[in-house]
Ligand binder design. Structure first.
Ligand SMILES: [Fe+2]
Length: 205
């Protein structure tokens, strides 16, 4: 099954700055993604992007939300329409006249699958957080304390064990770090506490 999108431009530049409200994004997420595990993954990636924009780029609230939306919705069509991933969510956001930069980030979150290169910082960080986020979560589920006490060394040890979370492409993780210009250690160090935070928030609701 080919997931190639067969195009390189997404959305319309006149819509730059047009975002869904949080309520609209939540409604879309909840109605399109009944699978709670996948919803959590999307919330984790969304929060990681928000936190990165805030802490590394000094982004204001609007820009933080723009980054968060890309993560929050990047897999929105995977649960119910896997054959249409990710063209269905792209078309939905185009129809809603959403910021083309958000749509491009979603379109480029798996360059080898979708045939779209990550270009912007947002594109690259979505790609970088995506698979590693799922990997960290898989690791947390096999640790007695979950995320508590998780460290870079332990994560890297698991990454070297190719039988663990075998669906996570180690090549994609390395490729994403290269493209983002970030060391794997630094990426994992940033991710652990933020992913722990958003996961605890989710579990407490
Ligand atoms: Fe994902």
């Amino acid at each position: 099954m080919s997931m190639l999108l067969n195009r390189q431009t997404f959305g319309n530049p006149i819509n730059i700055g047009k975002l869904l409200s949080r309520e609209e994004a939540e409604t879309l997420l909840i109605s399109w993604v009944p699978n709670q595990r996948l919803q959590l993954h999307m919330r984790q990636v969304g929060y990681l992007l928000r936190a990165w924009a805030k802490e590394k780029l000094n982004a204001d609230e609007t820009l933080q939300w723009k980054w968060e939306i890309a993560g929050l919705l990047h897999d929105a069509d995977w649960d119910q329409w896997p054959d249409l991933h990710c063209s269905k969510i792209i078309e939905e956001l185009e129809n809603r006249q959403i910021d083309p930069e958000v749509i491009h980030a979603i379109a480029s979150h798996g360059p080898t699958h979708f045939g779209v290169e990550p270009v912007t910082d947002l594109d690259k960080m979505l790609y970088a957080f995506d698979e590693l986020s799922g990997f960290l979560h898989a690791y947390s589920l096999m640790r007695p304390g979950g995320y508590a006490g998780m460290d870079v060394k332990g994560v890297k040890k698991r990454l070297k064990d190719k039988t663990f979370a075998a669906g996570v492409s180690r090549e994609d993780v390395a490729d994403a770090c290269n493209r983002a210009g970030i060391e794997l250690d630094a990426l994992i160090t940033f991710m652990i506490p933020h992913q722990e935070y958003i996961t605890l928030q989710w579990q407490q609701q």
